[in-house]
Design a protein around this ligand. Structure first.
Ligand code: ZN
Length: 383
């Protein structure tokens, strides 16, 4: 058996039956185009990725997540799922209204019954989730500068599947579960990534598959709204495709995309991302060094420790820093390599981006040739 959904049951409000009738019904409603991040969230609420959530959180539930790290029913939860709106939208919506949701091309795809409106406590949100109010933190900047001041809560229904950055790789929890069952996988290690793979990442994926009880590896790639310097979604997807074709056993590996806004909240993001993977059926969750971190805001191992404090029904697979060591003659880790920094080849993502820009050759001990070729093909970063 793959893992049970978080909270016991997948909460799905994605209904593709009677599409024409449903879409027709949206025409008379107040039309609202959510900010990109909430557009993604609405789709993930509807397909059960965020189960047990059925809609966007109200003030009480948001406060509960910020203060107690739990939903109102006590289930652990770390990142509030809110729907912030700008002043213009705020002026045309009242609690009780049924609104039509518009995609990025301004075409209706679903609806939401607005239960409450409340003022977003941005300062509390930033400090609780991201541990900082500094605007140089990308999510804090979004919160203060891109998100409106008012939030609306309510259940979401989706009747049409708009295009997402993950394209054909986007997968619903129900589809992943079916495929895992078809393959006979019971123990499933989920791997979170938002960048093209290094050889050190491949090592973590393979070591996970060596653990007794793990039948398959689910590589689930977060692709969403691009910030400056991010790799484009197709680059991440193609890189992983090349890695899997060349270096993974096809029958033990599955890849999919998850089009959501990346929350660089370190430990709190790790819990959130692991809950999503539980909804997809995973039993284990791979946590490397500084997962979901950004700019040195979090202790690199805080994302591992939080799994000791919060039980979300996922077994964390914790790994120390991994790298190529000249003396060990291979990829190894802080946990087992006795050598010093002078023997270890460690190159940061930032340095690799610079090397790409300057057309420098990236060492094979860092990135597979097939992946390096894709990264070196130009126009891979969002500028
Ligand atoms: Zn070594």
């Amino acid at each position: 058996m793959v893992n049970t959904p978080y909270g016991g049951k997948l909460k799905i409000s994605l209904d593709l039956n009677n599409q024409e009738r449903h879409l027709k019904g949206l025409e008379g409603m107040i039309q609202v185009q959510p900010f990109t991040d909430f557009f993604y969230d609405s789709l993930k609420i509807a397909d059960g990725s965020y189960s047990p959530l059925e809609g966007f959180m109200g003030e009480e539930e948001t406060d509960s997540v910020l203060k107690n790290e739990s939903l109102l029913d006590g289930l652990p939860w770390t990142v509030p799922i809110v729907f912030a709106i700008d002043d213009a939208t705020n002026s045309k919506i009242s609690a009780g209204d049924e609104i039509a949701l518009l995609d990025m091309n301004k075409r209706p795809y679903g609806s939401m019954k607005v239960e409450t409106k409340f003022r977003l406590k941005k300062k509390e949100f930033a400090l609780s989730v991201y541990g900082t109010e500094e605007l140089k933190h990308p999510n804090v900047q979004d919160l203060f500068e891109s998100y409106g001041d008012t939030a609306i809560s309510g259940k979401v229904k989706v009747f049409r599947e708009p295009e997402l950055p993950g394209g054909e790789f986007e997968i619903h929890p129900s589809e992943a579960r079916e495929e895992f069952a078809r393959r006979g996988w019971k123990g499933i290690a989920a791997y979170q990534a938002r960048n093209p793979p290094h050889v050190a990442h491949e090592y973590l994926q393979k070591v996970s598959l060596e653990i007794p009880g793990i039948d398959g590896l689910f590589i689930h790639l977060v692709v969403g709204r691009l910030k400056k310097g991010d790799y484009k979604a197709n680059v991440i997807l193609e890189s992983y495709g090349a890695l899997i074709r060349g270096y993974h056993r096809a029958e033990k590996t599955m890849m999919g995309s998850l089009s959501i806004a990346m929350r660089y909240a370190g430990p709190k993001a790790s819990i959130f991302l692991a809950i999503i993977r539980r909804n997809f059926g995973a039993t284990h969750y791979i946590v490397g060094r500084d997962q979901a971190g950004v700019g040195g805001y979090y202790d690199p191992y805080a994302a591992q420790r939080i799994f000791d404090e919060m039980d979300i029904g996922m077994i964390p697979l914790k790994f120390k820093d991994t790298f190529y060591c000249r003396k060990c003659m291979g990829i190894t880790s802080e946990n087992v390599c006795p050598h010093g920094a002078e023997d270890r080849l460690i190159i940061s993502q930032t340095r690799i981006r610079d090397m790409l820009k300057n057309n420098e050759k990236i060492p094979r001990e860092i990135i597979r040739e097939e992946v390096a070729e894709i990264l070196g093909s130009g126009d891979v970063l969002n500028e």
